[in-house]
Write a protein that binds this ligand. Structure first.
Ligand code: S3P
Length: 447
């Protein structure tokens, strides 16, 4: 398997136009897609995955899993087969995770328990992101590494015999939790992760689907997760649900564009991912969840969004883990609301694909929206006074961040003047069909 190339793509412009209408399917969930490849590679036997997100981040992880010894085949659109060897072997090449923090951090954890050396790198954004948060617990378990200063990529990880630890997460991060649990699979003893604030639990759920025993207890000091080392994983079938983080873009576009009604089908509604939808409903959004069902052990539903008069709200810090990737698009919804929206506890956004607090503040200001940026909070002053629209009319710098690009394009659809984003090629890391899906609903987005 060859890793995907970086797409070269001219700037994209979203123009204000008519209402958005129609029905679409959400693309596969990125978090679940990464995990299906990694666990499939660690397992013995065949894992068949349907609905895989074929974005660049996940394709990098699929290529990495192949380099680590699994056989990985694409059978059709979103339909993949992974044949694992029951563990990883030393790759002959450098593992390039592209733009993906999830790929890099989960693969480091998964590889740490094997007798191998593996060098990880990534694109310019990933090479700036902190890796110490996973290396620190992996080091306590016995892994070694040599990397650039401040534990930035590229770095070489030396895996081997690990011992189980009890680790209390210093940051609310599902990636750190997952790295420790995946390393714990091959550690001697019982690994415990304690999370003060629960974060997305796809790793725990999927480990169970692969036959592992994972125990979870809620205690006064947080959620405790136990995993006994030495458990073998058996290949299984995974149906990837639609990504709520991607569904958020057409849904918010409908909420802020007069006359719109959009349905997004098959959206993952895991409560640890659904913070944005609860927040939008608090803001007065006409956002309905219908057809609630269970698919591959995850709650899934269809969402219907209609243009709404939104009101500003306070978003408490405790909600951040359940909507961590959705603050950029929430900030756009907030710009069209009446009154102030205060988003607290958003410091982690500063170490995502870009400093998302700073870039949203800059982008919204360039579009005529008043904001107040603090280290750990962002306040957006909505302009909806007597249906007065957001001005728009800016060219926004995205620093290679897919969610900053998509959020500002959505803003441009409902603004007074078009909005242009640079580096739209990065959208393909998480949502390769974004422009087609949005234009299919009636949006005007073009080079
Ligand atoms: C992810 C966890 C989150 C999220 C990222 C995907 C995952 O990161 O921002 O896009 O799949 O575990 P953190 O765990 O670092 O908050």
């Amino acid at each position: 398997m060859n890793p995907p190339g970086q797409a070269v793509c001219p700037a994209l412009t979203a123009k204000p136009g008519g209402p958005l209408n129609g029905e679409v399917h959400a693309p596969g969930d990125k978090s679940v897609s990464h995990r299906s490849m990694i666990l499939g590679g660690l397992a013995s036997g065949v894992t068949e995955v349907s609905g895989l997100l074929e974005g660049e981040d996940v394709l990098r992880t699929a290529a990495a899993v192949a380099a680590l010894g699994a056989r990985v085949d694409r059978l059709g659109e979103g339909h993949w087969r992974v044949e694992g060897r029951g563990g990883f072997v030393e790759p002959a090449e450098v593992i390039d995770c592209g733009n993906s923090g999830t790929g890099a951090r989960l693969l480091m954890g998964a590889a740490a328990g094997f007798d191998l050396a593996v060098t990880f790198t990534g694109d310019a954004s990933l090479r700036r992101r902190p890796m110490g948060r996973v290396l620190e617990p992996l080091g306590q378990m016995g892994a070694r590494w040599l990397g650039r200063s401040k534990n930035r990529l590229p770095l070489t990880l030396r895996g081997g015999a690990l011992r189980a630890i009890s680790y209390r997460l210093p940051v609310a991060s599902a990636q750190v939790k997952s790295a420790v649990l995946l390393a714990g699979l091959n550690a001697g003893g019982q690994t415990e992760v304690i999370e003060p604030e629960p974060t997305r639990d796809h790793t725990e759920r999927m480990l169970r689907a692969f036959g592992a025993r994972v125990e979870v207890f809620d205690e006064a000091d947080g959620r405790h997760i136990w995993l006994q080392g030495g458990q073998a994983l058996a290949g299984c079938e995974i149906k990837v649900p639609g990504d709520p983080s991607s569904a958020a873009f057409p849904l918010v576009a409908a909420l802020i564009t007069p006359g719109s009604a959009v349905t997004v089908r098959g959206v993952l509604l895991n409560p640890l991912r659904a913070g944005l939808f609860a927040t939008l409903q608090e803001m007065g959004a006409d956002l309905q969840i219908v057809n609630l069902r269970e698919d591959s052990g995850e709650p899934v539903g269809d969402l219907i969004a209609r243009h709404s008069h939104l009101r500003g709200v306070e978003v408490p810090a405790e909600r951040a883990p359940s909507m961590i990737d959705e603050y950029p698009i929430l900030a756009v919804a907030a710009a069209f609301a009446e009154g102030r929206t205060v988003m607290r506890g958003v410091g982690e956004l500063r170490v995502k694909e870009s400093d998302r607090v700073a870039l949203m503040a800059a982008g919204l200001q360039a579009c005529g929206v008043a904001v107040d940026e603090q280290r750990d909070s962002l306040t957006v002053v909505g302009v909806a006074r007597g249906a007065h629209p957001v001005r728009g009319g800016a060219r926004v710098t995205t620093h290679g961040d897919h969610r900053i690009a998509m959020s500002h394009l959505v803003l441009g659809l409902a603004a007074q003047a078009p909005v242009t984003v640079d580096e739209p090629g990065m959208i393909a890391t998480s949502f390769p069909g974004f422009v087609d899906l949005m234009t299919g609903l009636g949006a005007e987005i073009a080079p």
